[in-house]
Design a protein around this ligand. Structure first.
Ligand SMILES: Nc1ncnc2c1ncn2[C@@H]1O[C@H](COP(=O)(O)OP(=O)(O)O)[C@@H](O)[C@H]1O
Ligand SMILES: [Mg+2]
Length: 161
C-alpha cells in the first residue's frame, strides 16, 4: 500500500501525540492490531506508552525496563501487548516469538517497526507511519487493511486533521 498524504495528521508536540494516542486507544478492542513505523526518535514508543496508559496500564510501564526486548504484555482494562521488532534482522529472528498466537489472541497489540514483520503480517491492521517534522512536531501517515480500521482512520482524521 502506498502512502497517502490525505491520510496524514500533524502532532505539534508530545501532548498532541498523547491526545491522539488516547483518542485511538479508547476505540480499540481486544484483538486489534496497531502497527507503528518511522525513524528512531519519531515517537512510536511514546505513542504506545500513552495509549497503554489510556487503556489503564499503570504508570510503572513508562519506566524503561532493561529486560524489555521484543515483547512485553501488560494488563489494564484489556491486555496490552507491546512488540518492538527493532532488533529483528531476518525472517528467522521472527520465528519462535509466537507471533501467530499473539496476533490471533485477545490482546490489544502495538507493534513497533511493523515493516519488519515479514510473513507474519496480519490481514487487517492500522499502521501509523511517524516522521519528525521539526523539533517537537511529528507527522503521522495512516494506512490500514480492513473495513474496521478504515472506519477508525476516518474518525482519527475527522478529529485531528
Ligand atoms: N510530538 C511528539 N510526539 C512524540 N514524541 C515527541 C514529540 N516531540 C518530541 N518527542 C520526543 O521524541 C522522543 C520519541 O522517542 P520514542 O518514542 O522512543 O521514539 P521511537 O520509539 O519512535 O524511536 C521522546 O523523547 C519524546 O519526548
Ligand atoms: Mg521505540
Amino acid at each position: 500500500m502506498s502512502r497517502n498524504t490525505e491520510n496524514r495528521i500533524f502532532l505539534a508536540d508530545p501532548a498532541a501525540t498523547g491526545d491522539f494516542a488516547c483518542f485511538l486507544a479508547e476505540k480499540l478492542r481486544p484483538g486489534d492490531i496497531v502497527g507503528l513505523d518511522g525513524v528512531l526518535g519519531a515517537g512510536k514508543t511514546f505513542f504506545v506508552q500513552s495509549a497503554a496508559r489510556a487503556l489503564g496500564v499503570d504508570g510503572h510501564y513508562t519506566v524503561n525496563s532493561p529486560t524489555f526486548s521484543i515483547m512485553q504484555e501488560y494488563s489494564g482494562r484489556h491486555r496490552v501487548l507491546h512488540i518492538d521488532l527493532y532488533r529483528i534482522r531476518s525472517a528467522q529472528d521472527l520465528d519462535g516469538l509466537g507471533l501467530d498466537e499473539c496476533l490471533n489472541g485477545t490482546s490489544i497489540t502495538f507493534i513497533e517497526w511493523f515493516s519488519r514483520i515479514g510473513h507474519f503480517k496480519p490481514a487487517e491492521y492500522i499502521l501509523l507511519l511517524f516522521d519528525i517534522t521539526k523539533d517537537e512536531s511529528r507527522s503521522v501517515d495512516i494506512e490500514y487493511e480492513g473495513d474496521r480500521y478504515g472506519q477508525l482512520l476516518a474518525r482519527c482524521l475527522e478529529k485531528f486533521s
